[in-house]
Unconditional design. Sequence first.
Length: 338
Amino acid sequence: MGIGRKKTLAVLAGLSLLAISAAQAADHVKVAAFKGTFINFPIYVAKDLGLFEKHGIDVELIYGTGIQPTNMVVSGATEFAGIGVEHGTILTSKGQTVRLLVLNQTLPPFTVIVRNEVPTPNVNAPYPKMLIDLKGLKIGISTPAASTDLTIRYLLQQAGLDPQRDVQIIPVGAPSAQVAALKNGLIDATIAFEPIQTEAVYGQKIAKPILDIQGGKGPDVFHEYAYNGIFTTPAVLDSKPDLARRFVQAMVEAEEAINDPAKLDVVANVAAKNMGGMDAGLLKLYIDKYRGIFTPIATEKAIENVNAFLIAQKSITKPVPFSTLVASDFMPKQFKAR
């Protein structure tokens, strides 16, 4: 065997050993998430673009609905979970401590939409008068006690409507089921997370918006908010702080990509892969319009507003301090969207 070939084989062998070593060094973690929604979009981006792998983390996504992801991280079935900050706050108020590391989204990703046939004479009226048009309607939510449920009840009360008597609130489930329920007339309206609204309004053209919360409309409490983020337990933070920091960094880089107009096609491809066959053009339209809500930092004012919302809903009786809920040593301190 020639000297040149021996050197080549030696180099290849060395590279193989390095690859094996890198694979062995990667931390395998389970992350609870919602499937096929923009709520956890930064998680999809971090995984599909190899950002977790870049930071030495092998992520296995475990999907759930409603409060299942919350239960997964609390029970220790997963190390991390992308869940509602509202749920994390409620848990912490009851003594079941979870810690917020980084946000997936700031504003609630909701637009209240109604079927095209529903009269909306107050659609252009100031908030909350447009919500009066919901009286007597069947309104879809994802599951009872979920953020969709809490939010629509809060909005109805703001408009002077009684959620128990003036409307019917109907649990419908997954995004595809909500769109189908609208199309078939099983519900008249819905408050749901993307991509339901974009599909129903711009894709199938079966519904119209009356209140765009993710676009900055609606009650003041939602104007600076912490809607959904990555939570973990104190046990994980105590035993694996470096892993948590690397996880946060991957998430920050994912949100930088989402906010970079030059990477619109790349992140839209990630959305198309994860959004159950939704039209790529509609996904791109949504990302281009709402990319600004994908930012990683939870401010003290945002957590204050989460507390105010939950107290108004009687979900908690007193505020959960920022220092108790947020793992400040891990939360990013600055973020620059391009």
